[in-house]
Design a protein around this ligand. Structure first.
Ligand SMILES: *[C@@H]1O[C@H](CO)[C@@H](O)[C@H](O)[C@H]1NC(C)=O
Ligand SMILES: *[C@@H]1O[C@H](CO)[C@@H](O)[C@H](O)[C@H]1NC(C)=O
Ligand SMILES: *[C@@H]1O[C@H](CO)[C@@H](O)[C@H](O)[C@H]1NC(C)=O
Ligand SMILES: *[C@@H]1O[C@H](CO)[C@@H](O)[C@H](O)[C@H]1NC(C)=O
Ligand SMILES: *[C@@H]1O[C@H](CO)[C@@H](O)[C@H](O)[C@H]1NC(C)=O
Ligand SMILES: *[C@@H]1O[C@H](CO)[C@@H](O)[C@H](O)[C@H]1NC(C)=O
Ligand SMILES: *[C@@H]1O[C@H](CO)[C@@H](O)[C@H](O)[C@H]1NC(C)=O
Length: 354
């Protein structure tokens, strides 16, 4: 509250009450180091006292260094929303000169300590920045880096200062939420439940990513029928029962499998079985227990003594006895017979279905 009060006195801005001040009294570092470092140390931008400022050694076309950086370690990974910078202003000197020094700076947010490996969240220019600067900087990270440069051979807007750039930041206020998995100006609204890792943008509650099976800005919509998984990128197998709808999270077929298929994804063809989910074993008298996986028709004939499409028919003893006299050879066709042969040669036999 004291910090808030100081900030509100500094800025006279109501909105700064919102969100947490993630950078207050954190650890900052900077380069190139100004010679009177004790007066201008990096942490002066984090003490919330506008009269103390950090300063780096001059950079520019007539200096040893062409670039400078200042960075704060927030001490943990946080959702950042906005960055406010109070640049040093000298009452006795023209404001434009100061603005021309700061002009063109970049702000990065990063999970690692390296600027090269960071996300740029603001690049100033070509207009000169105000000395009381604020910008949205929406991202997730631990380090916030202020960077500026004046490189030889680069053409800068005419009101940019090119020499003797002292960078003086009096306050850098990084706002966001200390709490994870929340959003809103008071950092107290839980992120939507299907956000991946419960992480959402802290200003509007949109999920950064969704859990598998969910889609939409708030991850509140299931994948459309026939899709499942991360970003709904996976297509259900085409062998689920009921128009191929599968579980939107896992891709498993919930209503079971189409005729001829089994497995939790209905990806396996029936073996020695047939029907929905391969629930029926092939008839016991199919030769080699091989049958058509869709309709159960025995594929390679029947075992001895049986016939019919499912080899579930036997001849009555009378018929067999009769047949012995009629076409004895047929009964002796070793261990294998086909219903076709019987149907063809013995249409008049009395058949019994078992
Ligand atoms: C701000 O810093 C100046 C210089 O060190 C000091 O005189 C002043 O008391 C500080 N103000 C607050 C509010 O701490
Ligand atoms: C960039 O950061 C990631 C982790 O955030 C790390 O794995 C990677 O090695 C870094 N790359 C460089 C060049 O620093
Ligand atoms: C910044 O300063 C300008 C004048 O220099 C003023 O008009 C503006 O309201 C200030 N903005 C903030 C956010 O304090
Ligand atoms: C998930 O969020 C927690 C904080 O809630 C964080 O510490 C962790 O690194 C995150 N994991 C991934 C994989 O993003
Ligand atoms: C929420 O903010 C993010 C980041 O600025 C943006 O990409 C997204 O579209 C916003 N969502 C809504 C619903 O406005
Ligand atoms: C069963 O399927 C086979 C093809 O494997 C086909 O020849 C046969 O006519 C079908 N039987 C029925 C009763 O549909
Ligand atoms: C079939 O013939 C055998 C002898 O050849 C006989 O014992 C049997 O009773 C007959 N079965 C029928 C149903 O006629």
């Amino acid at each position: 509250m004291i910090v808030d009060a100081i900030i509100s006195i500094l800025f006279g801005l109501r909105y700064l009450f919102a969100y947490d001040d993630l950078s207050y009294n954190k650890i900052a570092t900077q380069s190139p180091i100004y010679r009177r470092i004790s007066e201008y140390e990096a942490n002066n931008a984090l003490d919330r006292n506008k009269t103390t400022c950090m300063r780096t050694q001059a950079i520019g076309l007539s200096s040893t260094d062409n670039s400078m950086w200042w960075k704060v370690d927030l001490g943990g990974l946080y959702n950042v929303y906005r960055i406010t910078i109070m640049f040093k202003s000298y009452e006795e000197q023209p404001e434009l000169r100061q603005r021309g020094r700061f002009a063109g700076f970049s702000l990065y947010i990063s999970t690692s300590n390296e600027r090269m490996n960071s996300t740029l969240c603001y690049k100033d220019g070509p207009q000169l920045p105000p000395l009381n600067f604020t910008t949205l900087c929406i991202g997730y990270g631990r380090y916030v880096i202020f960077y500026n440069e004046r490189m030889p051979g680069v053409s800068y807007p005419s009101d940019y200062q090119l020499r003797n750039l002292y960078t003086e930041l009096c306050e850098v206020i990084v706002q966001g939420c200390y709490k994870h998995n929340v959003y809103g100006a008071d950092c107290n609204v839980p992120c939507p439940r299907n956000c991946k890792n419960n992480t959402c943008y802290i200003h509007n509650g949109t999920c950064l990513e969704c859990n598998p099976g969910w889609t939409g800005p708030f991850c509140s919509n299931k994948c459309v029928d026939g899709r499942y998984g991360q970003n709904c990128l996976n297509t259900c197998t085409s062998h689920c029962k009921y128009n191929n709808v599968c579980n939107h999270l896992t891709g498993q077929c919930e209503g079971g499998c189409d005729v001829g298929w089994t497995g939790s994804f209905c990806e396996k063809a029936c073996v020695q079985s047939y029907g929905e989910n391969c629930q029926h074993p092939c008839r016991q008298h199919c030769y080699n227990k091989e049958c058509d996986r869709f309709n159960g028709t025995c594929l390679t004939g029947c075992t001895h003594g049986f016939h019919g499409q499912k080899c579930n028919k036997v001849f009555s003893h009378r018929a067999i006895n009769e047949s012995l006299t009629v076409i004895p050879t047929l009964i002796n066709i070793d261990h294998k017979s086909t219903y076709k042969e019987f149907d063809q040669y013995m249409p008049r036999m009395l058949q019994v279905t078992i």
